[in-house]
Design a protein. Structure first.
Ligand code: NAI
Ligand code: NA
Length: 396
């Protein structure tokens, strides 16, 4: 069928298999162009189908010739209805990995559940024996705790006071004032339950209990800090509490891995357009200004550039992994550069509907957003019929 983007609010209901494949191929080419990385060889990526997780899987496979197992939660296609983008990304990734002679298998299901953990442990046991790197890159609005059966929903709200600031509807370019009411009730606990470190620790405990972590194995989860304009809704809001919890969990996991000489890291990454970040008010305006400045400075990065740099210049240098005073790896260093932030803050004051297209990178934002769903990629013929029924090779 001919597949076009169909928007509803901040999400796109369709995805283009050929565009997603092109996007994956572009990322593979980028990693290859940067040379070999002396990294992990058997890698489990939890949240492997889009964003930073997909970039991690690609960096391991095509930077270090690693065998990868990817866990994700995506919608397969049905006749006449496209799959979710992460499904097509994973299909393309496996196809390319298999072509390159690399082991790659995937598990599609709820990573928070005992069943998917069981299935993953069994697959590692049968095929790889052990893994030496576990990337934890889930972004989800909801989690059912398998021990209690309670379903938690995360919220993106400030704590204590209403937050008002500018935001942009990136479809129309309209800049407006938005007010977000503070969280209430169990919002903080629920957000921590979904996006904090509890499930990460459960995964590592389960792997360790069955001796599936190789000596010296590392695990990495992703976090965000960001500027003062987004602080109330992000780092000092409910999601920030979850990130605090995630970061604290890294120390607990490291303690539990001491006997196998393993370590848990949190890497603080740059703000990027993903399905998750588009839904947070204020963030799209910040990102469109940030992109403009970082592109002008020649330091703009997407997920793949970020993770390739994380691997080559932080995790796998052969030396000590550089961390900040809180033990975190920082690949948001260029975003947080003082001169970059000073310029963004200045533009923030000026930004209006009339000038945003000029002072901000609204076009770049939109393009990245469309790219997430496989649209607007160079070299893809969107007028041609595309087969929506593309399958992930390892998933029956
Ligand atoms: P994403 O939405 O692109 O990827 C999320 C992944 O999790 C997908 O592979 C999805 O299939 C999987 N997933 C979601 N729920 C699942 C479930 N129940 N079971 C199995 N898989 C599930 O998100 P993104 O942006 O790559 O986020 C990954 C991490 O990076 C998050 O912790 C996020 O907070 C962090 N981060 C994101 C930044 C951004 O600007 N986008 C900046 C810094 C950190
Ligand atoms: Na991810």
């Amino acid at each position: 069928m001919i597949i076009e983007p169909r928007m509803r609010g901040f999400i796109c209901l369709t995805a283009h298999p050929v565009g997603c494949e092109q996007s994956v191929k572009n990322q593979i080419e980028y990693v290859k162009s940067k040379g070999a990385i002396d990294g992990a060889k058997k890698v489990l990526v939890i949240g492997a189908s889009t964003g930073f997780g997909l970039a991690s899987r690609i960096s391991s496979a095509f930077g270090s010739d690693a065998a990868t197992i990817g866990v994700f939660f995506e919608k397969p296609p049905m006749a006449g209805k496209t799959a979710s983008p992460g499904w097509y990304n994973s299909a393309a990734f496996e196809k390319e990995a298999h072509k390159a002679g690399l082991y790659a298998k995937s598990i599609n299901g709820d990573a928070f559940s005992n069943e998917v953990k069981r299935e993953t442990l069994d697959l590692i046991k049968a095929d790889l024996g052990q893994v030496d790197l576990v990337i934890y890159s889930l972004a989800s609005p909801v989690r059912t705790n398998p021990n209690t059966g309670v379903t938690h929903r995360s919220v993106l709200k400030p704590i204590g006071a209403t937050f008002s600031n500018k935001t942009v509807d990136f479809h129309t370019g309209k800049v407006s004032e938005v007010s977000i009411e503070p969280c209430a009730g169990d919002d903080i606990e629920n957000t921590i339950a979904v996006m904090g470190g509890e499930d990460w620790a459960m995964w590592i405990d389960a792997l360790k209990a069955e001796n599936l972590l190789a000596p010296g194995a590392n695990t990495v989860a992703y976090s965000y800090i960001g500027p003062s304009v987004t602080e109330a809704v992000y780092r000092k809001g409910t999601i920030g509490r979850a990130k605090d919890h995630l970061e604290a969990t890294a120390f607990e996991i490291s303690d539990s891995l001491a006997d196998i000489n393993g370590k848990a890291y949190v890497s603080v990454n740059k703000a990027l357009v993903t399905q998750a970040s588009s839904a947070i008010p204020v963030i799209p305006l910040y990102i469109s200004l940030l992109y403009k400045i970082m592109k002008a400075e020649g330091i703009h990065e997407g997920c793949i550039e970020q993770i390739q740099r994380l691997y080559q210049q932080r995790l796998f240098t052969g030396g000590e992994v550089p961390v900040d005073e809180k033990g975190r790896i920082r690949i948001d260093d260029w975003e947080m550069r003082e001169d970059v932030q000073a310029q963004v803050a200045q533009l923030w004051e000026q930004a209006t509907t009339e000038n945003l297209a000029e002072i901000g990178d609204l076009e770049g934002y939109r393009k990245d957003f469309y790219n997430l769903f496989g649209f607007d990629l160079a070299g893809v013929d969107y007028k041609a019929e595309a087969d929506e029924m593309v399958q992930v090779e390892s998933i029956a």
